[in-house]
Design a binder for this molecule. Structure first.
Ligand code: COA
Length: 466
């Protein structure tokens, strides 16, 4: 290598050379990473694993969740319907109504249903609650040696690191037997809220000099109450806990095709361990087009609140939303966050449930002005999107769950840093259920699709000839 690395030449202008190198390599991406859209059509590639009508390509079967947003008619066209979310055959709206009527928090029942496939009896639910309550506590060395020394500023990434750290603490980490998968799953479902709350407290202490508050989880509290306790101490109202519980129920599962669940199905199909598989799903969920959308929505709404002078003026809101779609405003990505969904058309049942509670909470918190503003932005966004895309998008669009989740978390007094981690706290149940299914169906196979190379063959040229 001494003949190749001309050290002196490079080191003389080290910083400039570093910059030039990165610029040159990045520039090459423009060409080498671009694949023309026409090629996808030519090779009949289903971009994003989508059919031409935007429906997802069928890649698997599941007995866990089901997401319904349209009916395919005999002539092949799609008829939009009000969205339905089904967990193990049970309509989530009914599940939520059942808990609300019974006046108990339903996330634990939901987790039991998703993991086992059946609704628990009163006794089973009580046993399950006790089991989770005992698993919530983190060993003191884990908090002191793993969480507190972390220097992270993103809780999702801290969560990934800490899930990987749990691998080292599990003597039976690579065992994929049914019993061990169940044990690992329940341990993660119980510990995720504690890890997220402690990671947040630790980050606030080390980066923003806030008092370090490490509160032990309380066994008598529900998952939602416990999280509020660990985050805020006793400063929460019953309605705040009820709304958080609802948010946990509705985020728990969304079929096998959503990005993070498909990710865990792909990684699990290779036979890897639970911690590696869960970490891959966390990475996927963080993205702004998936779980990270709740932060993006909140930031977009804050932007709108500042930019719009009259919160009652639909014209003003229309103008800015149009600029967002044209990539001229906000983050210039051309997306109105919180709007649209791969499957839902007329409505997202999660958004419907959350919006109703958001209204109740807005009344409690005296924030109806903001609620009304959001409601108007929602209606206007759908109108502006339709006008902007015209015939290029035939699909009926609706607000998705993330349109109201950030506002709700904000009213509960939870910081933006935990919005997406809250999604993970809930969705880990769905991920675990799918991982268990992926590893246990009799005709399983490693997931391994195909990519066609369109770069062509090039002639190798020795270094001295280039
Ligand atoms: C959720 C989302 C990723 C689904 O995307 P999708 O499955 O491609 O949705 P569709 O097939 O219905 O999209 C049709 C077209 O409208 C565009 N579109 C959909 N929602 C949009 C939005 N909110 N803003 C701008 N364009 C949008 C899509 O990019 C797609 O464009 P294309 O035909 O040029 O590829 C998309 O609606 C989105 O980006 N929404 C904003 C982010 C968000 O709220 N995510 C949370 C999801 S719960």
């Amino acid at each position: 290598l001494t003949g190749i690395i001309a050290g002196e030449r490079y080191m003389e202008n080290r910083t400039e050379n570093h910059e030039r190198l990165i610029q040159k390599l990045s520039e090459s991406i423009k060409v080498t990473s671009n694949i023309e859209k026409e090629l996808f059509d030519e090779y009949k590639v289903k971009r994003g694993l989508r059919n031409s009508d935007h429906t997802g390509v069928l890649v698997g079967l599941t007995k866990i969740g089901s997401v319904l947003g349209y009916v395919k008619k005999d002539d092949g066209t799609l008829e939009p319907i009000d969205g339905k979310l089904i967990y193990r055959g049970i309509n989530v709206t009914e599940l939520v109504e059942g808990c609300q009527k019974g006046e108990y928090h339903g996330f634990e029942e939901t987790a039991y249903l998703l993991i086992s496939g059946k609704l628990p009896t009163r006794e089973e639910l009580s046993d399950f609650h006790h089991y989770l309550a005992e698993q919530r506590k983190l060993p003191s060395f884990f908090t002191k040696q793993m969480i507190l020394p972390l220097r992270g500023k993103n809780i999702m990434n801290m969560l990934s690191t800490l899930v990987m750290a749990l691998y080292n603490d599990d003597d039976n980490a690579d065992d994929t037997s049914r019993e061990n998968l169940m044990k690992q799953s329940l341990n993660l479902i119980a510990k995720f809220p504690t890890i997220v709350a402690y990671a947040y407290q630790s980050m606030m202490h080390s980066h923003y000099d806030k008092t370090l508050a490490i509160r032990h989880p309380m066994p008598e509290l529900s998952t939602a109450e416990n999280f509020l306790w660990m985050m805020k101490g006793e400063k929460y109202t019953p309605l705040e806990a009820d709304v958080l519980d609802l948010a946990l129920i509705i985020h728990a599962e969304h079929g096998g095709g959503n990005n993070s669940t498909f990710t865990i199905r792909v990684t699990s199909s290779s036979g890897t361990d639970t911690y590696s598989a869960i970490t891959s799903a966390i990475g996927s969920l963080k993205g702004p087009l998936h779980g990270g959308a709740n932060i993006a929505v909140q930031q977009m709404l804050e932007y709108l609140k500042k930019e719009v002078n009259n919160w009652k003026s639909q014209e003003e809101v229309s103008e800015i939303l149009l600029k967002i779609l044209k990539k001229e405003a906000f983050d210039k990505a051309g997306k109105i966050y919180g709007i649209g969904h791969a499957i839902y058309t007329k409505s997202d049942p999660r958004a419907v449930l959350l919006k109703a509670k958001a209204r109740e909470l807005a009344i409690e918190k005296d924030r109806m002005d903001e609620f009304n503003f959001l409601d108007m932005v929602e209606r206007t966004a759908l109108k502006v999107f339709k006008e902007f895309r015209g015939n290029s998008v035939h699909k009926t669009m609706c607000a998705n769950v993330d349109f109201y989740s950030g506002f709700v978390y904000n009213m509960i007094g939870l910081p933006q840093e935990v919005y997406t981690p809250l999604f993970a706290i809930s969705r880990v149940t769905g991920w675990c259920a799918h991982r268990i299914e992926e590893l246990n169906f009799s005709s399983k196979r490693i997931i391994r699709p195909a990519y066609k190379n369109v770069y062509g063959q090039k002639q190798y040229m020795p270094l001295e000839d280039r």
